[in-house]
Design a protein around this ligand. Structure first.
Ligand SMILES: *[C@@H]1O[C@H](CO)[C@@H](O)[C@H](O)[C@H]1NC(C)=O
Ligand SMILES: *[C@@H]1O[C@H](CO)[C@@H](O)[C@H](O)[C@H]1NC(C)=O
Ligand SMILES: *[C@@H]1O[C@H](CO)[C@@H](O)[C@H](O)[C@H]1NC(C)=O
Ligand SMILES: *[C@@H]1O[C@H](CO)[C@@H](O)[C@H](O)[C@H]1NC(C)=O
Length: 539
């Protein structure tokens, strides 16, 4: 069942994207999070950006009025018909269902006559302002997709502010000001959304378009979402791709259409004339028959549906994300930082799924040599941190320098890397090749460079032979020591004891004869340095 549903959806995508692509640009649905596709490796899931359908969000809100006792009818009172100040036999009585006007009536089904509406108490306490806050809360971020429409049963207010919150009511920002006289009411020049452009679309304006009194027929106030969309998608929103592209790249724009709460601040009721008629204050009140808010749960393009459970909205997250807005990666899927899906490329977008955390899948990806991984943003990749057991590499799959791979051990074996043990005197450096062979200095050999080639002898590393008992004999009674030098009798010197010491000193034939005390000469010093001075060398 499940699979076939996705299969058929995929089949639809194929048809649609190959035959009717232009329509996708119009609608830009993003209505599947994944589909099965066939590749050379068989069936695999293809993950795509997805979002819930736009719907009537008033079904899911909580409404709160401030002051709390501002609804009419407790105690019962009579009010005048707006159009006719002398017709004051309308009654509001909270305890009689037919005469009560509770807040719920702003959200019930309209379309029958007479309409049902919420109504405030009248402006009895004039000139103290009659102000009411109507706060709509979703306890969930939602994205507005259509105009907010408020239908007044009485005249539209002289002054009103629509506010929004993005943090569940902690802070509020104005969304739009409404007044019969913007300059007087809010010190703002009147504007209409049509005066804005792509560049000023986020400007908060005061509009006088909706605030004339009850003399006109219209009872409606708009907050114009679609006109704002149209700056990007064109007049009839035909180019949604362009809008989605902008939303994708401009967080401010996305946030502009996102709310958790809305607040309608009614600041001054419709007066309809220049002055308030103090003799008939029962003419002045607020009454709202309908509020329309269309939108969708914000799920960061990781869900197609939003559950309403225990009067709470929650995205049904896919792509291994979680949270009410799919705003983070599921446990064990934190292999890279969370990111929202993207509308781009059109039409299927990019899912940006969460990937498994490496440490969570049995250390397999670090071969058990590390239990920490780190995400490198620049490379968009995950690496193992602090590889143990002399390993190194992105997955601890290599041996550290100075170690080589133990051919009889698996990659996850603690003994996988063996120290090279290159002889420090016989090798050029401490690294070895894959079979443990070190790089040797001249005259040196052996896997660890601890043996000398023929004609060389070990003396702090391999040195070329100086003397031996076959070809290179020490002369004048000198003895060959370890093939590296001749130990000469007192009177002789030279590599093979071939020279008289007094010749060297230039003192032969003097009164004291042979055995003149040696004097340091440069050549002797050099020889001494070359051969070293250790051992029983006697001059
Ligand atoms: C309405 O809410 C605003 C803040 O958004 C607050 O300053 C004001 O006092 C509230 N008015 C009433 C009548 O509660
Ligand atoms: C989420 O993780 C499960 C388990 O590894 C995997 O089968 C599934 O395909 C993943 N889903 C996405 C959308 O990445
Ligand atoms: C190579 O690995 C095997 C298997 O773990 C182990 O028995 C052996 O001691 C290792 N060799 C060295 C030199 O560490
Ligand atoms: C390491 O070097 C030795 C000696 O040069 C050679 O025989 C051996 O094939 C090399 N091993 C590898 C893995 O390169």
């Amino acid at each position: 069942m499940y699979l076939s549903r996705f299969l058929s959806i995929h089949a639809l995508w194929v048809t649609v994207s190959s035959v009717m692509q232009p329509y996708l640009f119009v609608w830009g649905h993003y209505d599947v999070c994944k589909s099965l596709i066939y590749t050379e490796e068989g069936k695999v899931w293809d993950y795509t950006a997805c979002q819930p359908e736009s719907t009537d969000m008033t079904k899911y809100l909580k409404v709160k009025l401030d002051p709390p006792d501002i609804t009419c009818g407790d105690p019962p009172e009579s009010f005048c018909a707006m159009g006719n100040p002398y017709m004051c036999n309308n009654e509001c009585d909270a305890s009689t269902p037919e005469l009560a006007h509770p807040p719920e009536l702003m959200f019930d089904f309209e379309g029958r006559h007479p309409s049902t509406f919420w109504q405030s108490a009248t402006w009895k306490e004039y000139p103290k302002p009659l102000q009411v806050n109507i706060t709509l809360s979703w306890s969930k971020t939602i994205e507005l997709t259509d105009n907010i429409v408020i239908t007044f049963e009485s005249g539209r207010p002289d002054q009103m502010i629509l506010e929004k919150s993005l943090d569940y009511g902690r802070t509020w920002q104005p969304y739009q000001y409404y007044a019969t006289d913007c300059l007087h009411a809010f010190h703002m020049d009147p504007k209409s959304v049509k005066d804005l452009s792509q560049h000023t679309v986020l400007e908060i304006i005061c509009t006088e378009e909706y605030s004339t009194g009850y003399s006109t027929n219209s009872k409606i106030i708009h907050f114009e979402i679609k006109d704002r969309f149209a700056f990007f998608a064109g007049p009839r929103l035909r180019n949604m791709a362009s809008l989605y592209g902008q939303l994708d790249t401009t967080k401010k724009l996305r946030d502009f259409f996102t709310v958790t709460d809305l607040r309608i601040r009614l600041l001054r009721p419709a007066v309809g004339e220049l002055f308030v008629d103090e003799l008939h204050l029962a003419r002045y009140f607020y009454a709202i028959s309908d509020i329309k808010v269309r939108g969708r749960c914000k799920c960061n393009l990781h869900a197609t549906s939003c559950l309403y459970d225990n009067s709470k909205l929650t995205c049904e997250c896919e792509h291994n994300t979680t949270g009410p807005d799919c705003g983070k990666c599921k446990k064990n899927y934190q292999g890279r930082p969370w990111s929202p899906g993207s509308y781009l490329p059109i039409p299927k977008g990019t899912a940006n799924t969460c990937i498994p955390s490496i440490s969570s899948i049995g250390n397999c990806e670090c071969f058990g040599h590390s239990n920490r991984c780190s995400y490198i943003d620049l490379l968009n990749t995950v690496i193992c941190v602090s590889c143990k057991h002399n390993t190194r590499g992105q997955h601890c799959e290599l041996c550290r320098l100075g170690y080589f791979r133990n051919a009889s051990a698996q990659l996850d074996d603690e003994n996988v890397c063996i120290e090279c043990y290159c002889n420090p005197l016989g090798s050029i450096h401490d690294r070895c090749n894959g079979s443990g062979y070190c790089e040797c200095k001249t005259g040196t050999t052996g896997p660890k460079c601890d043996e000398c080639l023929p004609g060389n002898s070990w003396y702090y590393g391999c040195q070329p032979n100086v003397c031996d008992n076959e070809l290179l004999h020490c002369q004048n009674g000198g003895t060959c020591q370890n093939n590296v030098r001749c130990a000469c009798p007192d009177a002789y010197t030279g590599i093979l004891c071939e020279k008289l010491r007094c010749e060297e000193a230039g003192s032969c034939g003097s009164s004291s004869g042979q055995g003149a005390p040696p004097r340091g000469s440069p050549a002797l010093l050099l020889l001494t340095m070359l051969l070293g001075t250790a051992g029983p060398l006697v001059f």
